[in-house]
Design a protein around this ligand. Structure first.
Ligand code: 6MZ
Length: 347
């Protein structure tokens, strides 16, 4: 019988992270570093220290209402010049690598910072340059980028995101995402942008059923946009669960985010991970916003092991299941499969 999984095991396990928002993945320590740098250079810099400004999720101080303003009212103001965007991106990549992530699809919403003369295009170029520089210095973590369309975007803004994704495809952009406050409805106006992304061969992932819906119209509409993966997948009526299972959609499931922000009910043991795992669905266990929820991917694997009785072999299978749903090419799948085979022999 194998030893029960521990953090040393889940950290060493080669892992794939497919649902991580760049700005939400910036650790408090990194944000504090940026704040110190900026305050030291500019005596009129008026932002509060992130260590006090950002509520701690582990203290039970974050819910779906208080969550989104953390970005709009604070982090976007702090990480708002080329140097801080580059430093934050590099630090996020280093932290995923240190946690044993071997393939990462990071996602971010193109964002202009007029005060720093940064356009949305410049922002994506800065992030991609940081990714390329990171890759030059270390090859153990491969990174791709997904561009997010926010539910609050107009159709023109959504098309701009798709155009940027196409422009930068050769530098590592693999798909588009729908994110943002799930209470913002309707989202039908964004459909043509996703149809265009689909037609142009970009992969699609959608935040799906994060909050309870009055009916299943929105969820049916989202499924008709032809996503390859869907994220969170919390409040899904029974009839749609069957269709999602039949289509073998990749499920990006986030334990700590859902539990700590009270998106799901009943704590870890009641999380819908258990149901989809038993059903044999392709799952990519993910962190969502590790900077806010402060649970690394290796901790999420350990939580899955504790609450759903998974042994070491099953955690390895869980990691394999995420590999099967990446937007990267067949070479990446092969590389990951070799890494997991090698780990299997060592473990
Ligand atoms: C509860 N989970 C979530 N649900 C929906 N959208 C989320 C999210 N977590 C993060 N974001 C989206 O990602 C942006 C921050 O990263 P980027 O600036 O794009 O890198 C947030 O503004 C929000 O729109």
């Amino acid at each position: 019988m194998s030893l029960p999984p521990d953090l040393a095991y889940t950290k060493a396990l080669p892992k794939v992270e497919l649902h991580a928002h760049l700005t939400g993945s910036i650790s408090r320590r990194c944000l504090h570093e940026i704040w110190k740098q900026r305050a030291s250079k500019d005596s009129s810099f008026g932002l509060e220290d992130p260590l006090t400004a950002i509520p701690k999720a582990t203290d039970g101080n974050i819910d779906v209402v208080s969550f989104f303003p953390i970005f709009d009212k604070y982090i976007y103001s702090l990480v708002s010049d080329e140097e801080s965007i580059r430093f934050a991106t590099t630090t996020v990549l280093e932290e995923f690598r240190e946690d044993g992530v071997r393939y990462l699809e990071l996602r971010t919403t193109p964002r202009a910072v007029p005060a720093a003369r940064i356009s949305k295009d410049d922002y994506i170029a800065i992030v991609l340059k940081a990714m390329a520089d990171f890759r030059m210095s270390n090859d153990s973590l491969h990174v791709k980028l997904i561009l997010s369309i926010d539910r609050k975007n107009t159709l023109d803004e959504a098309f701009e995101v798709v155009q940027l994704a196409l422009k930068y495809r050769r530098l590592g952009v693999v798909g588009v995402d729908l994110c943002g406050n799930p209470a913002r409805r309707p989202i039908s106006h964004l459909k043509p942008a996703f149809i265009e992304a689909n037609t142009q061969g970009l992969a699609i992932t959608l935040h799906f059923a994060e909050i309870a819906q009055p009916d299943s119209d929105e969820l049916e509409e989202l499924l008709a946009w032809n996503p390859q993966r869907i994220g969170h997948v919390i409040h899904v009526p029974k009839e749609l669960r069957k269709s999602i299972g039949d289509q073998r959609l990749g499920l990006e499931l986030c334990l700590s985010c859902n539990v700590l922000a009270n998106l799901s009910e009943g704590g870890y043991a009641s999380h819908h991970f258990g149901e989809w795992w038993s059903a044999g669905a392709p799952i990519a266990l993910s962190t969502d916003d590790v900077g806010i929820f402060e649970s690394s991917l290796s901790s999420e694997y350990l939580l899955a092991a504790h609450h759903f009785n998974l042994d070491r072999k099953q955690l390895l299978e869980l990691s394999r299941s995420a590999c099967a749903t990446i937007f990267g090419d067949a070479d990446e799948v092969k590389r990951l499969s070799n890494l997991l085979d090698g780990f299997c022999v060592l473990a």
